[in-house]
Design a protein around this ligand. Structure first.
Ligand SMILES: Nc1nc2c(c(=O)[nH]1)N[C@H]1C(S)=C(S)[C@@H](COP(=O)(O)OP(=O)(O)OC[C@H]3O[C@@H](n4cnc5c(=O)[nH]c(N)nc54)[C@H](O)[C@@H]3O)O[C@H]1N2
Ligand SMILES: Nc1nc2c(c(=O)[nH]1)N[C@H]1C(S)=C(S)[C@@H](COP(=O)(O)OP(=O)(O)OC[C@H]3O[C@@H](n4cnc5c(=O)[nH]c(N)nc54)[C@H](O)[C@@H]3O)O[C@H]1N2
Ligand SMILES: [Mo]
Length: 783
């Protein structure tokens, strides 16, 4: 693509609410959570047009009843004694419980072309969807449609496809297990494995790496292990914003005397101090607890080199210190050790320092902490996975753990932090575009269907297939595909090229106004709401980051009498598309215990599902690697031996990572603030190292142009971001998703995980020529 054709995007004022106030940047110097969070929570409960907010929050994440927080996937407190909630979970619940409604009058008043001009914040801020709507091309409005007619439209369109693979069924990770099971059953009974999901953009790398190394794609450590470990290595996660309940675990660990090492190019709030939100005495006395004993700031993508350095140090030490390695464990349970040892020996320290961006002393210090701990846990999130070499890096984490036998015993092991509240459960229950044969064999036998065997499409390949006409129908079970996926223009053109787009949603979002030739919005119950079916009030189950499965029961009156539950919507679509199906769709959704009975027979680890899920804290899915049973080809835990990738930016370029602010949930933006990074009223920014700014003649809040260069050499430009000087290593930059998704080319996905490399875009940043000022932005105020 040459310069004249290159896509040019401007993100003013971004997808947020565009406040009238000028942008501000004042570094945050307070503990995480604490009174800032408390004030925010009080405001949410009192101010956000919330019905029953406080009562609902008291019912969240409680043993024996209540609903699971629809926020992150951090597990519930195992003690089940105190209120285990956080500011961002409350934001999320109150967001779902708003009193605002977006009904037929709203759609009658606005054409879709008009709504396209609205900000994403404004779209979601209209409130909860209340009835099914269909796009009417003649008037360019969404108009009401009866549920049965909507199902018939979907069924007819699917039946008329030449090939079932012309449809793709996306899942965002909050769908409950029962709906998930029905959804994948429908897709497979129709004849396709086209099940793209948000995990394709999230933790695909973790799943693939852990499967290759340990034989199962999940972490092995649980909260009890966190409570007894000696050292925690927290890598590439902004816990204070994205998994806030981890703060409690970090503070507890610190008080016990455990070591806590944070590895992140940014020193995030969780790497400082916290006031544990439910400890009221600490709150009253402003007593904060440290949540870190060592902070390391590698360059973007430098984690693998750091880990290699730690391994090298441990191995070098082993000659004089036999306890440095757990030889018994290595001999008994692992394969590939000698090769890995040789690789570490032959990787020069200079290379490790250059690639990690860290000095030797820092790396040795991390290795020392690791060596001195009897039990260690490594935890990570997107800072590790959304890279070209995400799989190699997660495998390197496992290599380091294996050296000291940190697996299969209390207080030790890998512990990825998942994203959406049930993204892990979605995979367990069959959302997988590359299903294992053993899974399909059992599904075929139990559900009496003939599932297709060839792999289906993932997120990136679905977008490509929509573009070139191979996929004509897109069904989104939750989520906001138009905005969450990479290469915004390309993705949106793909959605527009579809014959039919269907979105099952709670709120209006971009994916509804960027639609196919025909389009449906199907409104569903949220997790907080009562789900009345013929068999009574229903519950659904979810699985957290640590493989605990428990029930979630809504307690609120539904936002509208016309909403259906997700299982009921799936059953309606399935019956319309498969009129002669022998699957008892209608019977299943009268009482979800019936779905669970089938799941108990079809899924590994779900034996006696209905009984066990009703135990006070639910149950933990067996994790064979935890028992030192490795379902790998060698039957052992496998060391990997991958060379270090070159992650040093070429001269003049920077590595740019996209991430979340404190006040957003993926594509849902609550405000333009990012409290812990000291930002107010600004989302269209780029955090840069001061020296990189100086070198480019860029001052604080100067507008800059960001040009990304894709693997295929094509370029994309984003205008109008304001530069913010930040404590970030040289050569690195960071900004917010989804505004920056325009910079991530569709072809820029990892060859290891197929994940878009959203944390590692190659960019050039230049001072922008003077642009007309936009209201509410600093350069408008004469800067
Ligand atoms: N409130 C709230 N909670 C959420 C979400 C939300 O949007 N809002 N989203 C949910 C979802 S779906 C997910 S997947 C998770 C995401 O949780 P996170 O992984 O915390 O998400 P990001 O905001 O993308 O932040 C990534 C972190 O990685 C760091 N990082 C960037 N590049 C590198 C690198 O090369 N190495 C290292 N070590 N670190 C790096 C960034 O500085 C940042 O701290 O959170 C979940 N929880
Ligand atoms: N550049 C960049 N892009 C990224 C990322 C990044 O770090 N950088 N992160 C990626 C990651 S980790 C993820 S997980 C994806 C997220 O991608 P998605 O999961 O697709 O996006 P969300 O913003 O979480 O979806 C929000 C919408 O979900 C709907 N919704 C909310 N609750 C419910 C419910 O209970 N049921 C149903 N059916 N719908 C509901 C609402 O309509 C809301 O508008 O984004 C990815 N995109
Ligand atoms: Mo995610």
């Amino acid at each position: 693509m040459n310069a004249s054709e290159e896509p040019q995007d401007r993100v003013e004022p971004g997808v947020g609410p565009a406040p009238g106030e000028p942008a501000r940047f004042r570094p945050y110097r307070h503990p995480a959570a604490g009174w800032g969070a408390a004030r925010s929570v009080a405001g949410l409960l009192l101010g956000r047009a919330v019905v029953d907010g406080s009562r609902a929050v008291m019912r969240m994440n409680h043993e024996n009843g209540g609903f699971d927080c629809p926020g992150c996937a951090w597990p519930d407190d195992t003690k089940g004694l105190h209120l285990d909630i956080c500011e961002n979970g409350i934001k999320h619940v109150t967001w779902e419980m708003t009193r605002k409604r977006v009904g037929r009058e709203f759609f009658a008043a606005h054409t879709v072309t008009e709504l396209e001009q609205w900000s994403d914040f404004a779209l979601e801020n209209q409130g909860r969807l209340t009835e099914p709507m269909v796009y009417d091309p003649a008037s360019d409005h969404y108009v009401p449609i009866r549920w049965q007619d909507a199902f018939e439209l979907i069924g007819r369109t699917l039946r008329e496809l030449d090939d079932p693979n012309q449809a793709a069924y996306y899942t965002s990770g909050r769908l409950g297990n029962e709906a998930t099971f029905l959804y994948q059953l429908m897709a497979r009974e129709l004849g396709t494995n086209n099940l793209p999901d948000c995990s394709n953009m999230c933790h695909e790398a973790s799943g693939r790496a852990l499967t290759a190394s340990l034989g199962t794609g999940k972490g092995t450590a649980d909260l009890k292990d966190w409570e007894s470990t000696d050292a925690l290595f927290i890598m590439g996660v902004n816990a204070a914003s994205n998994a806030p309940r981890m703060l409690t675990a970090l503070a507890d660990a610190y008080r016990r005397g455990a070591r806590i090492v944070h590895v992140n190019p940014l020193v995030e709030a969780a790497a400082t101090r916290t006031i544990v939100p439910h400890e009221f005495v600490d709150m009253a006395l402003f007593k904060s607890t440290r949540t870190s004993t060592l902070n390391l700031q590698p360059r973007i993508g430098g984690d693998m080199a750091l880990l290699r350095g730690m391994a090298k140090a441990i191995l070098e030490q082993a000659s004089g210190d036999p306890e440095a390695l757990d030889r018994v464990f290595i001999d008994r349970h692992t394969a590939g050790f000698e090769e890995y040892r040789a690789l570490c020996a032959s990787t020069p320290w200079e290379e490790i320092e250059r690639q990690s961006g860290l000095g030797r002393a820092d790396i040795l210090e991390a290795a020392r902490v690791y060596r001195e701990a009897d039990r260690s846990i490594f935890s990570w999130c997107l800072g590790i996975t959304q890279h070209e070499h995400g799989v190699d890096t997660v495998r390197e984490i496992v290599n380091v753990l294996l050296l000291r036998g940190n697996l299969g015993r209390e207080g030790a092991g890998p512990s990825p932090v998942r994203g959406h509240s049930n993204v892990q459960g979605n995979r367990t229950c069959g959302i997988d575009h590359r299903p294992a044969d053993t899974f399909l064999d059992r599904l075929a036998e139990v559900c009496r269907i003939r599932p297709p065997r060839e792999p289906g499409l993932d997120t990136v390949t679905t977008i490509e297939a929509m573009h070139d006409g191979r996929v004509k129908v897109f069904v989104g079970m939750g989520g906001n595909f138009a905005l969450a996926a990479p290469d915004t223009r390309y993705t949106q053109a793909g959605l527009r090229a579809c014959e039919l787009t269907v979105h099952v949603s709670t709120k209006l979002n971009r994916s509804h106004v960027v639609h196919g030739r025909r389009a449906l919005i199907l409104p569903c119950l949220g997790r907080t709401e009562k789900d009345h079916r013929r068999g009574g009030i229903q519950s659904t189950s979810v699985e957290d980051s640590m493989s605990m499965v428990h029930l979630s029961v809504g307690m609120k009156k539904p936002a509208s009498p016309h909403l259906l539950s997700e299982p009921a919507i799936i059953a309606g679509m399935a019956r319309a598309a498969l009129p002669h199906s022998e699957t008892p769709w209608e019977w299943y959704v009268e009482d979800y215990d019936r779905i669970r009975d089938t799941m108990a027979r079809a899924l590994d680890g779900f034996e006696d599902f209905n009984r066990r899920v009703r135990l006070p804290l639910g149950f933990r899915i067996k994790q064979p690697a935890r028992e030192l049973i490795f379902l790998t080809p060698s039957g052992r835990a496998e060391f990997s031996a991958a060379p270090l990738p070159d992650v040093v930016p070429a001269p003049g370029t920077l590595a740019l990572g996209t991430m979340r602010s404190h006040d957003q949930w993926n594509t849902t933006i609550y405000s333009d603030n990012d409290r812990y990074r000291g930002i107010e009223n600004l989302r269209t920014l780029v955090f840069m190292n001061r020296d990189d700014m100086r070198e480019r003649g860029v001052r604080e809040f100067d507008p800059v142009d960001i040009t990304s260069t894709a693997k295929d050499g094509s370029t994309r430009v984003l205008h109008g971001c304001l530069a913010v000087p930040y404590d970030i290593p040289r050569g690195c930059a960071a900004g917010y998703m989804p505004e920056m998704n325009v910079l991530c080319a569709i072809g820029d996905y990892s060859t290891q995980s197929d994940q878009p490399i959203m944390k590692h875009l190659k960019v050039a940043i230049t001072r922008a020529p003077e642009v007309p000022a936009a209201p509410g932005h600093p350069h408008a105020a004469g800067r």
